[in-house]
Design a protein around this ligand. Sequence first.
Ligand SMILES: Cc1cc2nc3c(=O)[nH]c(=O)nc-3n(C[C@H](O)[C@H](O)[C@H](O)COP(=O)(O)OP(=O)(O)OC[C@H]3O[C@@H](n4cnc5c(N)ncnc54)[C@H](O)[C@@H]3O)c2cc1C
Length: 360
Amino acid sequence: MKAQRILIIGGGFSGMSAAIELRKAGAEVDLVEIDPEWRNYGAGISLGGATLRAFRQLGVLDEFLALGSAQDGVTIRLPHGLEVGKLPTPRLAGPDVPGGGAILRPVLASILADATRKAGTKVRLGCTFTSIEQDADGVDVSFSDGTRGRYDLVVGADGLYSKLRQALFPAAPKPRYSGQGVWRAVVPRPPEIATCTMWVGPKIKPGVNPVSKTEMYLFITEPRAVNEHLDPATFVDHVRGLLADFPALVERLPQPASNLSGGERQQLAFARALMPSPRIMVLDEPTAALAPSLVGKVFDMVQTLPAAGVAVLMVEQRARQALAISQQGYILDQGRCVLHGPAQELLEDQRMAQLYLGSH
Ligand SMILES: Cc1cc2nc3c(=O)[nH]c(=O)nc-3n(C[C@H](O)[C@H](O)[C@H](O)COP(=O)(O)OP(=O)(O)OC[C@H]3O[C@@H](n4cnc5c(N)ncnc54)[C@H](O)[C@@H]3O)c2cc1C
């Protein structure tokens, strides 16, 4: 049976998009949104090529391009600014539209709300369902404003904590906290930020994404074991602390990718290895062929990894410095393990030090 009368519960991005498309298909569409002011919270929203393709289908691409920001690729940088590379973003919306972009959430919500109303959707704000009863021919719905309606189809678009899902599928699993928090802020966009840019650190990965010609939004993902309430008065200090290891982001002075020194090459290799958030890293002589002044920096980098949840197995000729930052050591001689134990004990063993540790 073709659905003629459709109810959408929830006026977020999903509900509005469904309403626009269902109206195009000729259905009568009612949309109820619980928020009387139909607000949309948050900073920017990053969008891939598939979403821009959906905007084209919905008929809102031109408004998005005028009020948001679209560009190709994601630039990846090291904490101090060095560019590691550019991730491609295929142009899925068509050859004339960049492969990604971003926009302020309230701006996108307002574009979609206008399109929803223009499409002829009957929108009721400050309204929700109070009961739903399905029979063989349709669905009877009671609303919080005292009205009732009969529909061929009801679409639940009331978000992550959907009351409709709870009413229809009470045994369905509840959303679970995944262990990652995101800090977000809207800040002025300097001219050198032309595309989404991320700085890859061992523990957190901050990024900025242009949301308009003059603004960008800053996002910082942070592993947080517990989803607890934080006092807003602490926000700025907390974010400043998270960004302490990202001087280039703080100063907004990204360096060009050219002129890599040996130490920078090693940092680049670390950043590449850290991008998929590994649980273990195997390092084969990370200080080999480096100037003595850079050796300490590499060991400093290695030392930060365990605190970020990355286990490290390292083969290194500079045994004394390697043991100093390790928990366990294995001394190899001609390919055979001749001694192993807690790194501190190996360091203090004078005989082993004379035989194998040298002066490094
Ligand atoms: C921190 C964070 C960052 C994110 N960043 C991105 C990003 O960069 N890019 C991206 O693509 N996605 C991102 N997402 C995901 C994206 O925000 C969601 O996928 C999207 O908002 C889902 O839209 P929705 O319309 O399904 O739900 P929602 O946006 O939750 O909208 C639900 C709507 O239903 C209304 N409602 C709720 N209950 C009822 C009820 N009982 N009756 C009637 N109305 C009701 C609400 O008021 C709301 O308007 C992010 C999410 C989070 C949390």
